[in-house]
Design a protein around this ligand. Structure first.
Ligand code: ZN
Length: 245
């Protein structure tokens, strides 16, 4: 978010020698971000940690029923996800991540790398730490971050209205205490339970199909008449019979 403070200076300096429009086209991005700063334009064929960081941010744009791999390899699926992200925010949609794309990402993220409308705390209301699940605390937290970026994409697609988060990660003891299923994705950190919010359960369950959630459970599925559960899973399992899913 530091970028906001730099923009007036950049605009002032660039006005002397070039037009503001030309300045906006400049690559690569020069501005820093407290979370992560990309230092080069990324396009198909690129690989590395900067690609992996980009994939986390566009994980909510894989297309219907798809899940974007977070592997640091910029392939066709990453290009398609970047294109959808660009389209969602009215940017030039070429599937190449340059200054305009990174500037939008900087504006959408907090200094802890979470998207501006979601927090680690609200995805962890059952534990004080991220330990004690089926994966390491670091992995659980990283999985939660990806789910938050998926939710940010879903929130934007549904008109930028707040999405009601009831919880996420659970340790084994916490999962047992709340009667969670053995092997629940909550033990891995990527599951999120959603309240009805202004959207309603069925609208949330249906929309989630477009944003990289391989597991969607909602009304009509055992134990899910009062929330919608979205998560990552190795194979697709969607069930919300009362919503026609
Ligand atoms: Zn759940």
């Amino acid at each position: 978010m530091k970028l906001r403070f730099l923009l007036p200076v950049v605009a002032l300096l660039s006005a002397v020698v070039v037009t503001p429009a030309a300045a906006a086209e400049a690559d690569p991005v020069q501005a820093a971000d407290a979370c992560y700063t990309w230092n080069r334009t990324l396009s198909e064929g690129a690989s590395g940690e900067d690609v992996r960081q980009l994939q986390i941010r566009v994980a909510g744009y894989p297309g219907y029923g798809a899940v974007l791999g977070i592997d640091g390899q910029f392939g066709p699926a990453t290009k398609a996800a970047v294109t959808r992200f660009q389209q969602a925010y009215g940017l030039g949609a070429d599937g190449i991540a340059g200054s305009a794309t990174f500037t939008k990402i900087y504006a959408l993220q907090d200094n802890d790398c979470t998207p501006i409308n979601f927090t680690y705390d609200e995805l962890n209301n059952c534990n004080s730490t991220w330990a004690g699940g089926n994966v390491s605390a670091a992995t659980a937290r990283a999985n939660a971050l990806v789910s938050m970026w998926k939710l940010q994409a879903m929130r934007h697609a549904m008109g930028d209205r707040p999405i009601d988060v009831n919880g996420g990660f659970r340790s084994v003891s916490c999962n047992n205490a709340v009667g969670g299923a053995a092997g629940s994705r909550h033990l891995y950190g990527d599951a999120v339970d959603l309240g009805a919010g202004p959207q309603g359960f069925c609208a949330l369950a249906k929309q989630a199909r477009n944003h990289g959630f391989n597991e969607i459970l909602g009304p009509g599925y055992t134990g899910h008449n009062d929330h919608v559960h979205v998560a990552h899973k190795s194979s697709r399992f969607w069930s919300a019979p009362s919503c026609g899913i």
